[in-house]
Design a protein around this ligand. Structure first.
Ligand code: ZN
Length: 274
């Protein structure tokens, strides 16, 4: 039995959810709306630089939950793979600078590259940047993406695969992110969440619209799609997870809204449908 959510204390919103706002507007919007947590996307840091963004975030009192995103490890040439690893090291440094304890990995894929090869390159890439993460005391979370993205965004498409990688790497600094948008359809989801246990580092919510009008930018508000979010949250919390619940919605529809009204809509949906 999943306990209901009665307050906003675990609510976190991704800056990409309110993409039209720059970081300063995002911080002002979340704090005035009583949203306690923020996950910061790198494009929202870029205009300020990580040091300045870190100062702004520390001054705000917001809890910085994670930095999105690292990953995209596979590439055709060794030089490009090394460039990807360097970019991940920079992402880790940015996370440390803004006080984010976690970098979420969208692991990557290359059209035409065999998925098995891409998966090996992902493993090798994570292991290559792991010493940097450990030194910076920043964790890495493998986020499996829905299989519709297997061609060009991530060759890691199920929680089982992500769990297998975490097990093979065997470091307390590497875990998984469970995003209901990517995992809701998986018949093995409940057992794989149990198997992940305390290596679940973060939990993302939104909903799956029917029909989905665009595979990247048509995520639904919680409660307006077909995902049983409370059930999945219950499975996640049964592992002992008590961390933030992160609202991550890429939606051209919602980006057109007044963003203050969007945040209010998120708060209502969070209290009624998560
Ligand atoms: Zn996500």
């Amino acid at each position: 039995m999943t306990s209901s959510i009665t307050d906003l204390s675990r609510l976190c919103i991704h800056t990409m959810t309110t993409k039209p706002w720059n970081l300063a507007e995002t911080i002002a919007g979340y704090t005035s709306a009583g949203v306690p947590g923020i996950t910061v996307w790198r494009n929202h840091i870029e205009p300020y630089g990580a040091e300045e963004a870190g100062r702004m975030l520390r001054d705000s009192g917001l809890r910085v939950v994670s930095l999105c995103r690292g990953g995209f490890f596979p590439a055709r040439s060794a030089a490009d793979r090394e460039a990807a690893r360097d970019d991940n090291r920079r992402a880790i440094d940015e996370a440390a600078a803004i006080g984010a304890p976690l970098v979420v990995l969208v692991c990557g894929a290359v059209p035409g590259m065999e998925l098995a090869e891409a998966r090996q390159q992902i493993m090798d890439g994570i292991e290559a940047v792991l010493p940097h993460a450990r030194a910076a005391e920043v964790k890495l979370a493998i986020e499996p993406l829905h299989p519709m993205y297997a061609d060009d965004r991530s060759a890691v498409n199920t929680l089982e695969q992500a769990n297998n990688m975490v097990l093979a790497i065997g470091s307390p600094w590497v875990g998984v992110t469970v995003d209901v948008y990517h995992c809701w359809w998986d018949p093995m989801l409940k057992s794989e969440i149990q198997r992940a246990g305390n290596s679940i580092f973060s939990f993302h919510v939104c909903d799956w619209r029917t029909p989905t009008r665009h595979i990247l930018t048509d995520r639904g508000m919680m409660g307006e799609g077909c995902v049983d979010i409370p059930r999945i949250r219950g499975w996640v919390e049964d592992t002992g997870f008590t961390g933030p619940i992160e609202v991550e919605i890429f939606s051209t529809e919602f980006w057109d809204w007044d963003q203050e009204q969007l945040v209010e809509r998120i708060k209502r949906a969070y209290l009624s449908a998560v």
